[in-house]
Unconditional design. Sequence first.
Length: 356
Amino acid sequence: MKFLLSGLLVIFMLACSLPSTVPTEIATAVTEEAPTEIITATEAVIQHEIIPVNLPNERNSHAGDFDSSTTADKKSAAGGDRFTFGRFERPFNANTMDTYFPEIDIVDTMVYQDETWIYGEITVKGNETQTLNGKYALELDLDLDGKGDWLVIANSPTSTDWSVAGVQVYQDENHGVGDLSAMYTDENAASTDGFEKLVFDQGQGEDADSAWVRISPSDLNTIEISVKRSVLGNPEKYLINMWAGHSLLTPGLFDINDHFTHEQAGEADPGLEIFYPIKEVAEIDNSCRMAVGFQPTGFEPGLCEVFVPNEVVSSPQGCKANPRQILACTFNSDPSYSCNWNKNSCSCECEFIGPK
Ligand SMILES: [Ca+2]
Ligand SMILES: [Ca+2]
Ligand SMILES: [Ca+2]
Ligand SMILES: [Ca+2]
Protein backbone atom coordinates (compact mmCIF):
# COMPACT_ATOMS: atom_id res chain seq x y z
CA MET A 1 0.00 0.00 0.00
CA LYS A 2 1.43 3.30 -1.05
CA PHE A 3 0.45 6.68 0.30
CA LEU A 4 1.01 9.94 -1.44
CA LEU A 5 0.64 12.57 1.21
CA SER A 6 1.55 15.60 -0.83
CA GLY A 7 -1.11 18.24 -0.92
CA LEU A 8 -3.41 16.40 1.43
CA LEU A 9 -4.78 18.70 4.06
CA VAL A 10 -6.02 16.87 7.08
CA ILE A 11 -7.81 18.83 9.75
CA PHE A 12 -8.40 17.32 13.12
CA MET A 13 -10.60 18.83 15.76
CA LEU A 14 -9.02 18.52 19.16
CA ALA A 15 -11.01 18.10 22.31
CA CYS A 16 -8.58 20.17 24.31
CA SER A 17 -8.53 23.93 24.02
CA LEU A 18 -6.04 25.31 21.58
CA PRO A 19 -4.85 28.83 20.87
CA SER A 20 -7.14 30.72 18.58
CA THR A 21 -4.59 30.65 15.81
CA VAL A 22 -3.15 27.23 15.17
CA PRO A 23 -0.09 27.16 12.95
CA THR A 24 0.47 24.33 10.57
CA GLU A 25 2.83 21.50 11.30
CA ILE A 26 4.91 19.90 8.60
CA ALA A 27 4.81 16.09 8.66
CA THR A 28 7.09 14.09 6.44
CA ALA A 29 6.70 10.77 4.70
CA VAL A 30 8.80 8.84 2.23
CA THR A 31 7.29 6.95 -0.66
CA GLU A 32 8.41 3.42 -1.46
CA GLU A 33 9.30 4.25 -5.07
CA ALA A 34 11.51 7.14 -4.16
CA PRO A 35 13.00 6.44 -0.75
CA THR A 36 15.26 9.47 -0.82
CA GLU A 37 12.52 11.92 -1.66
CA ILE A 38 10.82 13.69 1.20
CA ILE A 39 7.17 14.46 0.60
CA THR A 40 5.50 16.84 2.97
CA ALA A 41 1.93 16.98 4.08
CA THR A 42 0.25 19.74 6.00
CA GLU A 43 -1.59 18.88 9.14
CA ALA A 44 -3.20 21.63 11.13
CA VAL A 45 -2.48 19.89 14.41
CA ILE A 46 -0.11 20.56 17.23
CA GLN A 47 -0.56 18.51 20.36
CA HIS A 48 0.01 20.76 23.36
CA GLU A 49 0.50 19.21 26.75
CA ILE A 50 1.34 22.19 28.91
CA ILE A 51 -0.01 25.69 28.40
CA PRO A 52 0.86 28.54 30.77
CA VAL A 53 -1.97 29.76 32.96
CA ASN A 54 -1.35 32.85 35.07
CA LEU A 55 1.86 34.53 36.08
CA PRO A 56 2.95 34.01 39.71
CA ASN A 57 1.89 36.67 42.22
CA GLU A 58 5.47 37.50 43.15
CA ARG A 59 7.71 38.96 40.49
CA ASN A 60 11.42 38.16 40.48
CA SER A 61 12.61 41.45 39.16
CA HIS A 62 11.52 44.76 37.68
CA ALA A 63 13.20 47.40 35.53
CA GLY A 64 11.73 50.51 33.99
CA ASP A 65 12.70 52.01 30.64
CA PHE A 66 12.54 55.48 29.13
CA ASP A 67 9.22 56.85 27.86
CA SER A 68 10.13 58.59 24.63
CA SER A 69 6.63 59.92 24.06
CA THR A 70 7.77 62.76 26.35
CA THR A 71 10.45 63.91 23.90
CA ALA A 72 8.98 62.72 20.59
CA ASP A 73 8.11 66.28 19.55
CA LYS A 74 11.81 67.14 19.82
CA LYS A 75 12.74 64.15 17.61
CA SER A 76 14.83 62.83 20.46
CA ALA A 77 14.98 59.81 22.74
CA ALA A 78 14.08 60.45 26.38
CA GLY A 79 17.38 58.88 27.48
CA GLY A 80 19.13 55.54 27.69
CA ASP A 81 20.35 55.41 24.11
CA ARG A 82 24.07 54.56 23.87
CA PHE A 83 24.89 52.67 20.72
CA THR A 84 28.44 51.72 21.69
CA PHE A 85 27.13 50.25 24.94
CA GLY A 86 24.31 48.27 23.33
CA ARG A 87 21.56 50.37 24.90
CA PHE A 88 18.77 51.48 22.61
CA GLU A 89 15.93 53.96 22.87
CA ARG A 90 14.85 54.41 19.27
CA PRO A 91 11.09 54.04 18.82
CA PHE A 92 11.35 56.41 15.85
CA ASN A 93 11.70 56.16 12.08
CA ALA A 94 15.11 56.52 10.47
CA ASN A 95 16.66 59.77 9.25
CA THR A 96 13.86 62.19 10.11
CA MET A 97 12.72 60.82 13.49
CA ASP A 98 9.38 62.52 12.91
CA THR A 99 7.33 59.38 13.44
CA TYR A 100 7.15 57.96 16.96
CA PHE A 101 6.02 54.35 17.39
CA PRO A 102 4.35 53.94 20.80
CA GLU A 103 3.77 50.21 20.27
CA ILE A 104 7.52 49.55 20.37
CA ASP A 105 8.45 52.05 23.09
CA ILE A 106 9.21 49.92 26.16
CA VAL A 107 8.39 51.75 29.39
CA ASP A 108 8.52 48.86 31.88
CA THR A 109 9.75 45.28 32.12
CA MET A 110 9.25 42.52 34.67
CA VAL A 111 10.36 38.95 35.06
CA TYR A 112 8.58 36.12 36.86
CA GLN A 113 9.25 32.43 37.13
CA ASP A 114 7.72 29.27 38.49
CA GLU A 115 8.73 25.62 38.34
CA THR A 116 7.94 25.30 34.64
CA TRP A 117 8.23 28.74 33.07
CA ILE A 118 10.19 31.96 32.89
CA TYR A 119 7.85 34.85 32.05
CA GLY A 120 8.86 38.23 30.72
CA GLU A 121 6.45 41.15 30.75
CA ILE A 122 7.02 44.05 28.39
CA THR A 123 4.86 47.13 28.88
CA VAL A 124 4.95 49.54 25.97
CA LYS A 125 3.65 53.09 25.82
CA GLY A 126 0.95 51.82 23.50
CA ASN A 127 -1.44 53.56 21.21
CA GLU A 128 -5.12 54.29 21.19
CA THR A 129 -5.95 51.45 18.86
CA GLN A 130 -3.90 49.13 21.08
CA THR A 131 -2.41 47.36 18.11
CA LEU A 132 0.79 45.58 19.10
CA ASN A 133 2.12 45.01 15.60
CA GLY A 134 5.79 44.94 16.54
CA LYS A 135 8.18 42.18 17.50
CA TYR A 136 8.82 41.61 21.18
CA ALA A 137 11.63 39.54 22.63
CA LEU A 138 13.33 38.24 25.75
CA GLU A 139 17.10 37.90 25.62
CA LEU A 140 18.65 35.57 28.17
CA ASP A 141 22.31 35.32 29.12
CA LEU A 142 22.78 32.10 31.08
CA ASP A 143 26.53 32.14 31.68
CA LEU A 144 26.41 35.78 32.81
CA ASP A 145 29.11 36.98 30.43
CA GLY A 146 26.96 39.79 29.02
CA LYS A 147 26.48 37.96 25.73
CA GLY A 148 22.99 36.63 25.05
CA ASP A 149 22.54 32.88 24.70
CA TRP A 150 18.82 32.65 23.89
CA LEU A 151 16.30 34.91 22.18
CA VAL A 152 12.57 34.26 22.58
CA ILE A 153 10.79 36.41 20.05
CA ALA A 154 7.08 36.99 19.45
CA ASN A 155 5.63 38.71 16.40
CA SER A 156 2.45 40.81 16.55
CA PRO A 157 0.52 39.23 19.44
CA THR A 158 -3.21 39.65 19.02
CA SER A 159 -4.90 37.65 21.76
CA THR A 160 -5.20 37.66 25.54
CA ASP A 161 -5.12 33.85 25.34
CA TRP A 162 -1.73 32.15 25.31
CA SER A 163 -0.65 31.22 21.79
CA VAL A 164 2.43 29.86 20.04
CA ALA A 165 1.51 31.72 16.85
CA GLY A 166 4.36 34.03 15.86
CA VAL A 167 6.62 32.74 18.65
CA GLN A 168 10.14 31.48 17.96
CA VAL A 169 13.05 30.45 20.16
CA TYR A 170 16.59 30.98 18.90
CA GLN A 171 19.89 29.87 20.43
CA ASP A 172 23.35 31.29 19.90
CA GLU A 173 24.94 27.88 19.76
CA ASN A 174 28.24 28.99 18.23
CA HIS A 175 28.68 31.93 20.65
CA GLY A 176 28.84 34.65 18.04
CA VAL A 177 26.55 37.10 19.86
CA GLY A 178 28.52 39.94 21.42
CA ASP A 179 31.65 39.06 19.46
CA LEU A 180 34.79 39.99 21.45
CA SER A 181 33.48 42.48 23.98
CA ALA A 182 30.12 41.97 25.64
CA MET A 183 27.73 44.88 25.15
CA TYR A 184 30.47 47.08 23.63
CA THR A 185 30.81 47.67 19.92
CA ASP A 186 33.36 45.51 18.12
CA GLU A 187 34.60 46.52 14.72
CA ASN A 188 34.20 44.34 11.65
CA ALA A 189 31.89 41.95 13.44
CA ALA A 190 29.19 42.02 10.78
CA SER A 191 30.12 38.48 9.82
CA THR A 192 28.79 36.96 13.07
CA ASP A 193 25.47 35.20 12.60
CA GLY A 194 23.82 36.23 15.88
CA PHE A 195 21.22 33.83 17.26
CA GLU A 196 21.58 31.32 14.44
CA LYS A 197 19.80 28.18 15.64
CA LEU A 198 16.00 28.09 15.41
CA VAL A 199 15.00 25.70 18.19
CA PHE A 200 11.25 26.33 18.24
CA ASP A 201 8.97 27.75 15.59
CA GLN A 202 5.30 28.29 16.46
CA GLY A 203 4.74 24.83 17.89
CA GLN A 204 7.33 23.01 15.81
CA GLY A 205 10.46 21.75 17.48
CA GLU A 206 11.47 19.16 20.00
CA ASP A 207 8.99 20.52 22.54
CA ALA A 208 5.73 21.81 21.05
CA ASP A 209 5.09 23.85 24.21
CA SER A 210 8.45 25.62 24.32
CA ALA A 211 7.29 29.25 24.29
CA TRP A 212 4.09 31.29 24.25
CA VAL A 213 2.82 34.83 24.03
CA ARG A 214 -0.30 36.68 25.05
CA ILE A 215 -1.44 40.22 25.63
CA SER A 216 -1.95 40.69 29.35
CA PRO A 217 -5.66 40.33 30.17
CA SER A 218 -5.25 43.12 32.74
CA ASP A 219 -3.30 45.59 30.57
CA LEU A 220 -3.65 45.70 26.80
CA ASN A 221 -0.29 47.50 26.48
CA THR A 222 1.61 44.66 28.15
CA ILE A 223 3.00 41.68 26.25
CA GLU A 224 3.66 38.50 28.21
CA ILE A 225 6.13 35.96 26.83
CA SER A 226 6.74 32.62 28.52
CA VAL A 227 9.50 30.11 27.82
CA LYS A 228 9.88 26.69 29.34
CA ARG A 229 12.80 26.47 31.71
CA SER A 230 13.62 22.97 30.45
CA VAL A 231 14.13 24.29 26.91
CA LEU A 232 16.89 26.53 28.26
CA GLY A 233 18.48 23.74 30.33
CA ASN A 234 16.75 24.71 33.62
CA PRO A 235 18.94 27.73 34.47
CA GLU A 236 19.08 28.71 38.15
CA LYS A 237 20.59 32.10 37.43
CA TYR A 238 20.54 34.34 34.42
CA LEU A 239 20.56 37.89 33.11
CA ILE A 240 17.48 38.91 31.15
CA ASN A 241 16.50 41.96 29.16
CA MET A 242 13.78 42.74 26.68
CA TRP A 243 13.40 44.13 23.21
CA ALA A 244 10.71 45.70 21.05
CA GLY A 245 11.07 46.68 17.43
CA HIS A 246 10.02 46.37 13.84
CA SER A 247 12.00 44.68 11.03
CA LEU A 248 15.44 45.38 12.56
CA LEU A 249 14.69 43.13 15.53
CA THR A 250 16.09 40.06 13.80
CA PRO A 251 17.95 37.16 15.51
CA GLY A 252 20.76 37.13 12.94
CA LEU A 253 21.68 40.78 13.59
CA PHE A 254 22.75 40.35 17.23
CA ASP A 255 24.59 42.10 18.72
CA ILE A 256 23.18 44.98 16.74
CA ASN A 257 25.95 47.32 17.88
CA ASP A 258 28.52 44.89 16.49
CA HIS A 259 26.65 44.42 13.23
CA PHE A 260 26.47 48.11 12.35
CA THR A 261 29.05 50.86 12.75
CA HIS A 262 28.22 53.92 14.82
CA GLU A 263 28.09 55.96 11.61
CA GLN A 264 25.61 53.56 10.02
CA ALA A 265 23.50 53.36 13.16
CA GLY A 266 23.28 57.06 13.97
CA GLU A 267 22.25 58.43 17.37
CA ALA A 268 18.95 59.37 18.98
CA ASP A 269 20.35 62.28 21.02
CA PRO A 270 20.55 65.59 19.07
CA GLY A 271 23.49 66.54 21.32
CA LEU A 272 25.60 63.94 19.52
CA GLU A 273 25.75 66.06 16.39
CA ILE A 274 28.15 63.87 14.45
CA PHE A 275 25.92 60.81 14.61
CA TYR A 276 22.41 62.30 15.01
CA PRO A 277 19.82 61.31 13.82
CA ILE A 278 19.24 57.54 13.90
CA LYS A 279 19.79 55.91 10.53
CA GLU A 280 20.06 52.16 9.84
CA VAL A 281 19.43 51.24 13.47
CA ALA A 282 15.91 52.58 13.88
CA GLU A 283 12.51 51.51 15.21
CA ILE A 284 13.97 49.53 18.09
CA ASP A 285 14.05 49.73 21.89
CA ASN A 286 15.64 47.60 24.60
CA SER A 287 15.83 47.52 28.37
CA CYS A 288 18.65 46.97 30.85
CA ARG A 289 19.56 43.53 32.18
CA MET A 290 17.98 42.17 35.32
CA ALA A 291 19.74 39.60 37.48
CA VAL A 292 17.66 36.58 38.48
CA GLY A 293 18.79 33.91 40.95
CA PHE A 294 22.03 35.55 42.03
CA GLN A 295 23.51 38.67 43.58
CA PRO A 296 25.25 40.62 40.81
CA THR A 297 28.69 42.09 41.39
CA GLY A 298 27.77 45.22 39.46
CA PHE A 299 30.22 44.47 36.69
CA GLU A 300 27.86 42.38 34.61
CA PRO A 301 27.66 44.14 31.24
CA GLY A 302 24.38 45.93 30.62
CA LEU A 303 23.14 45.45 34.17
CA CYS A 304 20.30 47.69 35.37
CA GLU A 305 21.47 50.47 37.62
CA VAL A 306 19.24 49.33 40.47
CA PHE A 307 21.44 46.27 40.88
CA VAL A 308 24.73 48.12 40.84
CA PRO A 309 26.29 48.47 44.32
CA ASN A 310 27.51 51.91 45.36
CA GLU A 311 30.75 50.72 46.93
CA VAL A 312 34.27 50.00 45.80
CA VAL A 313 34.68 46.34 44.95
CA SER A 314 37.09 44.22 42.98
CA SER A 315 36.29 43.94 39.33
CA PRO A 316 36.63 40.60 37.53
CA GLN A 317 39.88 41.97 36.08
CA GLY A 318 41.31 42.48 39.56
CA CYS A 319 41.33 46.25 39.95
CA LYS A 320 39.23 48.08 42.51
CA ALA A 321 36.41 50.20 41.25
CA ASN A 322 32.99 51.50 42.12
CA PRO A 323 30.61 49.99 39.55
CA ARG A 324 28.57 53.21 39.60
CA GLN A 325 31.61 55.04 38.28
CA ILE A 326 31.52 52.73 35.32
CA LEU A 327 27.88 53.51 34.66
CA ALA A 328 28.54 57.22 35.06
CA CYS A 329 31.38 56.86 32.59
CA THR A 330 29.35 55.09 29.97
CA PHE A 331 26.29 57.26 30.33
CA ASN A 332 28.22 60.49 30.70
CA SER A 333 26.05 63.58 30.45
CA ASP A 334 28.31 65.53 28.09
CA PRO A 335 27.32 64.67 24.52
CA SER A 336 30.61 66.09 23.20
CA TYR A 337 32.36 63.02 24.54
CA SER A 338 31.84 59.35 23.88
CA CYS A 339 33.12 57.47 26.91
CA ASN A 340 33.69 53.79 27.52
CA TRP A 341 35.01 51.93 30.51
CA ASN A 342 38.28 50.17 29.74
CA LYS A 343 38.02 46.98 31.74
CA ASN A 344 41.71 46.21 31.33
CA SER A 345 43.07 49.49 32.66
CA CYS A 346 40.02 50.07 34.93
CA SER A 347 39.63 53.59 33.71
CA CYS A 348 37.12 55.74 31.89
CA GLU A 349 38.32 56.55 28.40
CA CYS A 350 36.62 59.41 26.60
CA GLU A 351 36.87 60.54 23.04
CA PHE A 352 35.94 64.04 21.92
CA ILE A 353 33.36 63.55 19.20
CA GLY A 354 32.15 67.02 18.50
CA PRO A 355 30.93 70.38 19.74
CA LYS A 356 27.86 70.71 21.93
CA1 LIG B 1 15.29 51.65 26.00
CA1 LIG C 1 11.61 53.11 25.88
CA1 LIG D 1 26.27 34.38 27.44
CA1 LIG E 1 30.36 43.34 21.14
